[in-house]
Design a protein around this ligand. Sequence first.
Ligand SMILES: [Zn+2]
Length: 372
Amino acid sequence: MRFSPAIHGLRNSRKAIQPDAPPKRCRGGVYEATNQIFDFHPDWLSHTLANASADLPPETKTALPDGTQVSRKANGGVLWLTPPADRANPNQEALIISAGVHGNETAPIEVLNTLVSELFSGGDWSLACPLLLILGNPPAMVEGERFLDVNMNRLFNGAHGKSEYSRLAEGRRARFLEEMCRQFAMAHQGLALSHYDLHTAIRPSKRERFALYPFVEGRSVPAGQCAFLLEAEVETLLLQHKESTVFSSFTASTLKAESFTIELGKVEPFGRNDLRRFQGIERALRRRFRGGEAAPAVRPPFDHLTVFEVVHEVLNTGPSFRFHVPDDVANFTEYQPGTVIWRMIRTTTGSEPRRRRWCFQTGRCLWASGWV
Ligand SMILES: [Zn+2]
């Protein structure tokens, strides 16, 4: 279990993938684009895993039979898709969707791979809006690890440039992903930009799916974004209280995107996810990709969002810090007033007694940590 130095107090403020499968040659016109972009691997994910440490050309382009332009960047893991200029974009939007920033959080990766395969198969729907799809950390995905050297979701908003990170593969990848997002946003100025960074949680949670809204001064969550979250069966929203170095904070603060980190369930290895539990996000993303104009009417139990905001942050300040919430306690666990959450022990020399400073939580409060 990794210890998170920051533990946040919250207030309820308002109402099957085979990575090692051998490349398979596709035949027929609809497979031409797949073969060009994915080099005869059966899909995006298998190509990305097979080339996680390869040295491929910086860009490979093709077009789908319906005219959608596809550009695969660097070693795979990044697809930039552009519909034909004469196709309607009813929502006047551009989307950035990322998964696999933590390499072992596989279910959202499988969801994106499914949607890409649908698009490439030339089936029931066509892409209506520009789309940047990102698999964040392919080398960690291959290893089935959250990360290799450093948690990549702490390296955005320029943190990758710090001397301790800049030479690490994850630092270079974070810088590359920021640059891809910048270029995408610049290319589609005038369209509403949204970014959904998809994760699964490493610790249990009383609320299975929840989204985090990065802090940007003066911002409030648009109703359309709330409707999208409910459509994706995400019923809990946590408002961040300050800018951070997570991916969604970068796109929100630097690119002015409507950005969310979305936690969709529990970490499982590739092929072991119960993808029925991820149908909500898959359906909701498919609707956005195809330009469906409005989220469907809400239905119980996903008919309202419970919104939390951070009211207090506890920092581990060193050896004298004692934290009384065990590592395996589920996120969004509720504690009774008066529960000791943390304390500091200060020891002095001489005749002074050992002094302790206690912290009591006095209000209704929920505690969570380690969520991104
Ligand atoms: Zn994650």
